[in-house]
Design a protein around this ligand. Structure first.
Ligand code: UDP
Ligand code: MG
Length: 317
């Protein structure tokens, strides 16, 4: 099978028939063998009935229905689990992403041998203040922190080689960072393609202002996990040593000062009145806590079942 299209959806009943027809048309025009996997993420409207009736007309459509709303990442994960196409495309269900982009994305994966191609909504049709500006800022930060040079990390329209989606695990709200997960799994050829973006035709956006808190927090977790998951002590230990040095330096300073004062018969301040005393005290306590966190982290990562799970690319014996 050439293409699997994975579509997470949450209360998108009005958009689905148009979307399915449009994709079907593009697939037939280009003679692709394909499947469309629609994951109903616990919709409260009639989305699931619509999926089932669409499947009656087009057997290439498959549906998965969650009992409750688990989020876009969970939906993508369940879709990736069952895909069979050589190239996997993800797209939003709200008709903001255009199925006309699929053939070119497919070609980039197949011929230019990209592992992952992310869409870039260069002309973005979303509210400027609540989406476009924060998104620019966020993408710049993400580029700096992750070293992945793409402009639209969280674009819903992406294309992957099948083994990429099979070897990453999207969970929580990590759908925003799939390129990072892919890079971390060892897929280096990550590209982007400018894509057409339209205004939302039906329904409403499912991501509100909580994005501004969750997005950056998830970026921190992703960066932390990708570097230190198997060696937490290297992170906490460094911080602990740093705090220890600060604490020790402050204590030494206090001690030396006291000795000098005693030698010269000066009645100085009480050590406990000096700010250095408190700096030393807090730094040492915090430093000890960092070490404790490091040791706990090591114990936890040691008991993880996939501590020795590696993705083997090739073998010759
Ligand atoms: N979505 C989902 N589960 C959720 C939230 C969203 O499956 O909990 C789907 C939604 O139906 C759409 C896609 O994720 O197909 C992107 O959502 P939306 O268009 O609301 O995001 P925006 O384009 O406003 O960033
Ligand atoms: Mg949308």
């Amino acid at each position: 099978m050439d293409i699997s299209i994975v579509i997470p959806l949450f209360n998108e009943e009005e958009s689905l028939p148009e979307l399915a027809a449009w994709i079907g048309k593009v697939m037939v025009e280009h003679n692709f063998s394909y499947e469309i996997i629609m994951i109903d993420d616990g919709s409260k409207d009639n989305s699931w009935q619509v999926v089932k009736s669409l499947q009656k007309e087009n057997p290439n459509i498959k549906g998965i229905k969650f009992r409750r709303n688990y989020g876009k990442s969970a939906a993508l994960y369940s879709g990736f689990d069952v895909v069979r196409g050589d190239v996997v495309i993800t797209m939003d269900a709200d008709l903001q992403d255009s199925p006309d982009e699929i053939p070119e994305l497919y070609r980039m994966i197949k011929e230019e041998e990209y592992d992952l191609v992310s869409g870039w909504k260069k002309k973005r049709r979303d509210p400027v203040l609540t989406k476009n500006l924060p998104s620019k800022f966020y993408n710049r930060t993400a580029r700096l922190m992750t070293g992945i040079k793409i402009h639209d990390m969280n674009c819903g329209l992406k294309a992957y080689r099948q083994n990429v989606v099979k070897s990453i695990e999207v969970y929580g709200d990590m759908h925003r960072y799939i390129p990072v997960l892919a890079k971390w799994a060892g897929y280096k050829k990550i590209g982007e393609k400018v894509v057409v973006h339209s205004e939302r035709k039906y329904g409403v956006t499912k991501f509100g202002v909580e994005r501004f808190i969750r997005g950056p927090l998830d970026l921190l977790s992703v960066m932390f996990i990708s570097r230190f998951v198997k060696r937490p002590m290297h992170f906490f230990g460094v911080l602990g040593i740093l705090m220890g040095i600060i604490g020790l330096a402050a204590a030494v300073y206090l001690g030396v000062e006291k000795i000098i004062q005693l030698r010269h018969g000066i009645v100085g301040n009480l050590i406990t009145n000096s700010p250095y005393f408190f700096i030393s005290l807090t730094s040492m306590i915090i430093g000890a806590q960092f070490f404790l966190a490091g040791f706990l982290g090591e114990l936890i990562s040691r008991s993880s079942s996939d501590r020795n799970k590696y993705q083997i690319d090739e073998k010759t014996f």
